[in-house]
Design a protein around this ligand. Structure first.
Ligand SMILES: NC(=O)c1ccc[n+]([C@@H]2O[C@H](COP(=O)([O-])OP(=O)(O)OC[C@H]3O[C@@H](n4cnc5c(N)ncnc54)[C@H](O)[C@@H]3O)[C@@H](O)[C@H]2O)c1
Length: 268
């Protein structure tokens, strides 16, 4: 048996984060939980102070380094918190903790969402990817379509994963960086929605393989991606929605990439 692995899991207090903590622990991983309160490290990841507390807390508890980061903390809101927590909180979690990853099979998983397939506010996505939190938040506060903000934060983090995963700082340093994109998962986040809204979403956003997911089912995918066994998957956003995404999107999702390569080759 190798040395015990250490994982940092944000949003560890309930839902998908809690199920992930329990599964990792069952597999012998030492887990540092991070949440607003009641966790190993209490930190509000929507704020600079909270992000600093996360970094300092992990440095203090894990002087020898860590092996896994699960950036899971998130909110389902129609305001700027969806940008501050779901995008900037996640990116800062990854960037601040990346230097602490040890060299033996480091793995990073971000919990995004199938909502990446919904319409988004492109100006906010660009502000996010520019790293300009003040601009992204100001745009979010002004937007006339606040219901787009959750999908916007998730689309931005999904693009950040694809932008970064193959670079020297990540795959080049042996770090497998991936995202998971759950459909509807039975957690307190969803339970807070009113029943009529839940019923409407079940029809509009189907989960053909067995209906809504449990937090444990999502945790099992995170656990695999976080394990040393995952030695080659990187930069992927894996939909865990019972096949729903295949009904919502195009069948030939690869042709756009062929066209992009062809136009790049012509330009060169
Ligand atoms: N439940 C779903 O249907 C669903 C679907 C797709 C994606 N997701 C994503 O999965 C992740 C987990 O969601 P969940 O369903 O378990 O939700 P949840 O609300 O049950 O749990 C989220 C956890 O994150 C913590 N958190 C929230 N804001 C935080 C902050 N500012 N700083 C630190 N911690 C904070 C909460 O305290 C909570 O413990 C989220 O990123 C969410 O967007 C959920």
């Amino acid at each position: 048996m190798g040395a015990q692995r250490t994982a940092v899991v944000t949003g560890s207090g309930r839902g998908i984060g809690k199920a992930t903590v329990e599964l990792l622990q069952a597999h012998g991983v030492n887990v540092i939980g991070v949440d607003l309160a009641g966790a190993d490290i209490n930190a509000d990841l929507s704020t600079l102070e909270g992000r600093e507390a996360l970094e300092a807390g992990v440095r203090e508890r894990c002087p020898a380094g860590i092996d896994v980061i699960v950036a899971n903390a998130g909110v389902l809101t129609d305001d700027e918190l969806s940008i501050q927590v779901n995008y900037f909180g996640a990116v800062e979690t990854l960037e601040r903790l990346r230097p602490m990853l040890r060299s033996d099979a480091p793995r990073v998983v971000v919990v995004a969402s199938r909502s990446v397939l919904k319409p988004v506010d492109h100006a906010i996505v660009e502000a996010c990817l520019d790293g300009d939190e003040a601009r992204a938040v100001a745009l979010a506060q002004q937007t006339g379509s606040p219901h787009l903000l959750y999908a916007t934060g998730k689309r931005a983090i999904a693009r950040w994963i694809r932008r970064n995963a193959g670079l020297p700082a990540w795959a080049g340093a042996g770090i497998a960086l991936n995202g998971v994109a759950p459909g509807a998962v039975l957690t307190p986040m969803i339970a807070q929605r009113d029943p009529a809204e839940q019923a409407r979403l079940a029809v509009e956003r189907p989960m053909p393989l067995g209906g809504m997911a449990t937090a444990e089912e999502v945790a099992a995918l995170i656990d695999f991606l976080a394990d040393a066994k995952n030695s080659k998957i990187a930069g992927q956003l894996i939909f865990i929605d019972g096949g729903g995404e295949t009904l919502m999107g195009q069948e030939d999702i690869w042709e756009a990439m062929v066209n992009k390569q062809a136009s790049t080759a012509t330009a060169n």
